[in-house]
Design a binder for this molecule. Structure first.
Ligand SMILES: [Zn+2]
Ligand SMILES: [Zn+2]
Ligand SMILES: [Zn+2]
Ligand SMILES: [Zn+2]
Ligand SMILES: [Zn+2]
Ligand SMILES: [Zn+2]
Length: 211
């Protein structure tokens, strides 16, 4: 055999999400470019890519249909996995993809049968995981078995001064507590909010976190 035989003619590679290791490591695993397609460039900073903590590949938010700044800010706060690598947070296994639910706010995956209580079907519409469906101030948790769609959880993202960021995810409030937060009645350490009639509480002396 001649050596040349080993060098297969590289045929026109199909555009797949499969192994693209040989491409530029900084490029997006989907569009194979460092800068996103023009039509999405103004939605997020052009250099912003989400990196899978498992396969280490980069993803433009828009290329994986992340159009929500809260979601984009939130996935940067933990070891996010891309859809190829994602498993269930509870059992830590992949597989049973048709039973894998994704949280609409943080993109973590959960098997319907791993939830407590388990869900018999994938819920229609949006679904928030237990890490996202809780108010940091009053710790209000609704029965997750019930329909969470009716609840307006407020996810606070502080805008960033850097251009290359969508901001920093801070915390989640219930609708009621968010009103106090918006009126600056909150503890900057624990994010607990004050009721309206106690706004003379010194910021340095929060009775929620004992500081
Ligand atoms: Zn891309
Ligand atoms: Zn991955
Ligand atoms: Zn599971
Ligand atoms: Zn979540
Ligand atoms: Zn609350
Ligand atoms: Zn506090």
């Amino acid at each position: 055999m001649k050596d040349e035989d080993n060098e297969e003619h590289s045929e026109e590679k199909e555009e797949t999400d499969e192994h693209t290791e040989e491409t530029n490591g900084e490029a997006c695993a989907h569009c194979h470019h460092e800068t996103p397609p023009d039509e999405i460039a103004d939605k997020f900073p052009p250099d912003l890519m989400l990196t899978c903590s498992s396969c280490k590949r980069h993803h433009h938010p828009a290329c994986i249909e992340f159009d929500n700044p809260v979601l984009v800010a939130k996935v940067q706060t933990y070891d996010w996995h891309c859809s190829n690598c994602k498993g269930c947070l509870i059992c830590a296994k992949a597989g049973n993809d048709d039973k894998l639910l994704f949280c609409d706010t943080c993109d973590r995956g959960y098997h319907t049968f791993c939830l407590k209580p388990p869900l018999s079907n994938l819920p229609e519409g949006s679904w928030l995981c237990e890490l996202c469906a809780v108010c940091i101030s009053c710790k209000k948790k609704e029965d997750r078995h019930k329909n969470l769609r009716g609840l307006n959880w407020k996810h606070i993202v502080l805008p960033s001064e850097e251009k290359q960021s969508v901001g920093t995810y801070m915390c989640t409030y219930c609708e009621n507590c968010e009103k106090h937060f918006n009126a600056d009645r909150f503890c900057p350490l624990c994010f607990g909010v004050y009721e309206e009639d106690s706004d003379d509480i010194a910021m340095a002396c929060c009775d929620k976190c004992d500081r």
